[in-house]
Design a protein around this ligand. Structure first.
Ligand code: ME8
Length: 653
């Protein structure tokens, strides 16, 4: 086991929302970092999780008429499913309703209290439920609005336990000075220091006006403030305080919290103060990344749905989307998600640059070297230049990954891609046909193949599947998904004589003609038109053969739904009223003429197919918002269902 360790965490996401491109962005970035560190030989642990307590969750549960525990159990599913489909390589996913977490947090509370840092008082001030945060007047936007866009904040007055945060002003400032890299990027460190220098006020850490939280030890009229509970996940997931598996001791000293800039204060001020109070070490680093907008607009509930990371996976595959997210935004700064830019990157960087290089090289090896890795020969200056570039990039890209500069690491890797493309062009191995040319030809082809192997290794943290496919093209047995190809890999490890499989393209181009269909399927046009589908008059496509173009099919939004409840519609023997989970904030009501074939109980739990973008219609006084699909045979409707697992809201294409 390596001595070098790396522990990387994501924020634990609130389960009142569903996974979207913003949370997906944090997951991809942390996954890339975890995979890079594993490849570089670090003993790595990668943690994500779900934040399941607090007033925001309690309210969301109530709005669905569910008990909070039933609500969070239901809402945890889409996250677990999404991360599994996106193939993120976390070792652990903690839920704050798990006993291992709750007991750890209570222990942390007791430790802080035993230090004399907790007292009972009264909170009389402002609170934003959307942020689950306390604010003062000067934090607010004009009109008393939440600075994070959650609308009007509330005034609350209640008995509350307080944490003596004010006493940590000096210790924190000293800690920041001794650990100048604690908050990254550096500009964020300055922000934190200025905030703390203004002086800290004690922090209210318990609530009495609702009960969905971890009880305060010794006073169960209070539940803990959700952030006291949530921040502790980073150590409770390691097994603190008992540490039965030694994970806390092994990984905590190397903790790196990757978060969005919206929650920096909690991680860089409150959390280290809590830890210092408990006599524990603060994490090594808090890295705050920027905010992702969508097509230049702030994310909204509607727009988020159109950038569902799973819809992108089905359309483009995971790796191109990961590549785009890591390449197009500088990690730490704000960035924009644009479907057009994503398609642009797929066609230029992936299909043209890397894809052409790999495919062209595989074809050359078949044509000129009989489908085997050629002899390893010295070659001339040109070969030496490629090798030198590969060695520089191996070092440079690793430095960038270590510094969490993913876009710069990729840029560096692409210089090797460009250099290898130029090398093939100028060497023209296809002209080296005679026996006499054999040594030169071998040297050239070996250098080309070896450069591609290095590229396969180096892009693997960003594009694990594509990296493996590249290695497979070189006849190498790619390591299992759970193990990354090693970094660095010394030049010249490709064994001469290795038999190569037939060449097959790895990075397909997206044809311009298919772009309108993609935009329709992903709902981009609808979103850009503000929710309405644009139709150009007179532009209807007609076809005399009764066939429709694919994008007509794409205008029907078919989704998987899970039936939650069903009941007969009064005064009819045909209709059932069904409540269906389509993965939205609240279930939809559908009315379907299937009562002849199904009793309500038969339907509950079925995964059905729903037309989700149908205009609402009233049937016997009940508004139906969508239509389920059924095949009617012999007068008996049979409901269409899904073969196997598919979370509610999954798009059918
Ligand atoms: O804050 N761009 O959870 P949360 C980039 N439970 N990243 C985004 C994003 C966007 N538009 N939208 C969300 C919470 N994120 C707390 C955390 S941790 C102890 C408790 C990402 O569900 C980003 O990482 O609101 C952000 O910090 C996180 O999702 C917020 O997730």
């Amino acid at each position: 086991m390596s001595d070098s360790r790396f522990y990387v965490t994501t924020p634990i996401f609130y389960v009142n929302d569903r996974p979207h491109i913003g949370t997906g962005y944090t997951m991809v970035a942390t996954d890339v970092l975890a995979r890079f560190h594993r490849a570089a030989g670090y003993d790595t642990r990668y943690l994500t999780g779900l934040d399941e307590h607090g007033q925001k969750i309690a309210q969301a549960a109530a709005s669905q008429g569910l008990e909070p525990q039933a609500f969070v159990d239901k809402m945890a599913r889409p996250f677990v499913d999404a991360w599994s489909l996106l193939d993120t390589s976390h070792e652990d996913l903690i839920r704050t309703t798990e006993p291992r977490h709750e007991s750890g947090v209570q222990k942390l509370w007791k430790t802080v209290a035993e230090r004399g840092d907790v007292y009972l008082g009264e909170y009389d001030g402002l609170y934003c439920i959307g942020c689950e945060a306390y604010y003062t007047e000067k934090d607010l936007q004009e009109g008393g609005l939440c600075p994070q866009g959650h609308g009007k904040v509330k005034k609350i007055k209640m008995p509350s336990y307080f944490f003596k945060l004010s006493q940590y002003t000096e210790p924190l400032l000293r800690f920041y000075e001794e650990h100048p890299d604690f908050v990254r990027p550096a500009s964020r460190m300055n922000e934190v220091v200025s905030f703390v220098k203004e002086g800290l006020r004690d922090l209210s850490i318990s609530r009495t006006n609702f009960s969905w939280g971890i009880p305060v030890p010794g006073d169960d009229k209070h539940v803990m403030y959700v952030w006291f509970d949530a921040l502790s996940n980073y150590i409770t997931a390691l097994g603190w305080p008992e540490d039965p598996d030694g994970l806390y001791e092994r990984y905590w000293p190397e903790a790196h919290h990757v978060i969005g800039k919206d929650i920096l204060r909690f991680h860089a001020v409150y959390w280290p103060a809590m830890l210092l109070s408990a006599g524990l070490k603060p994490p090594r680093c808090v890295f705050a990344h920027g905010w992702l907008t969508i097509n230049g607009r702030k994310m909204s509930k509607t727009l988020r749905n159109t950038v569902d990371p799973l819809a992108l996976k089905w359309e483009f595959g995971n790796d191109p989307v990961r590549y785009y997210l890591m390449r197009d935004t500088v990690f730490g700064l704000d960035g924009d998600f644009s479907h057009d830019a994503l398609i642009g990157r797929i066609n230029s960087d992936l299909a043209n640059d890397l894809g052409n290089l790999v495919n062209r090289s595989a074809n050359l090896l078949h044509k000129l070297a009989g489908g085997r890795v050629p002899e390893k020969r010295q070659g001339g200056e040109k070969e030496a230049a490629v090798r030198a570039r590969a060695e520089t990039v191996t070092r440079e890209a690793a430095e960038h990954f270590h510094a969490f500069e993913m876009s710069r690491a990729i840029e560096s890797i692409w210089t090797l891609c460009a250099e290898t493309n130029r090398f093939i062009q100028s060497s023209q191995p296809w002209t080296m046909k005679s026996e006499q040319d054999a040594p030169r030809r071998d040297a050239c082809l070996y250098t080309m193949a070896e450069a591609i192997r290095q590229l396969g290794h180096m892009i693997s943290p960003v594009m694990p599947e594509k990296g493996r496919q590249i290695l497979t093209q070189l006849g190498l047995e790619a390591p299992p998904m759970s193990r990354e190809p090693a970094w660095p890999s010394a030049w010249g490890e490709l064994a001469p004589g290795t038999e190569l499989p037939p060449a097959s393209p790895i990075f397909p181009r997206i044809d311009k003609k298919s772009v309108p269909g993609i935009r329709t399927r992903l709902g981009v046009d609808r979103a850009e038109a503000g929710g309405e589908q644009k139709k150009e008059p007179g532009k209807e496509e007609k076809s005399g053969d009764g066939l429709i173009p694919i994008d007509h099919f794409g205008t029907v939004d078919l989704r998987v739904g899970i039936v939650l409840e069903a009941q007969p519609v009064p005064k009819t023997d045909k209709l059932l009223q069904i409540s269906v989970d389509l993965g939205e904030d609240s279930p939809r009501t559908l009315v379907a003429g299937i009562a002849k074939s199904y009793s309500p109980a038969d339907l509950v739990g079925k995964r059905i197919i729903v037309v989700a973008n149908l205009k609402p219609a009233k049937l016997r006084g009940v508004e139906s918002r969508g239509m389920l699909l059924a095949a009617t045979y012999d007068g008996m409707p049979r409901v269409l269902t899904v073969d196997g697992e598919a979370p509610p809201g999954t798009k059918i294409s």
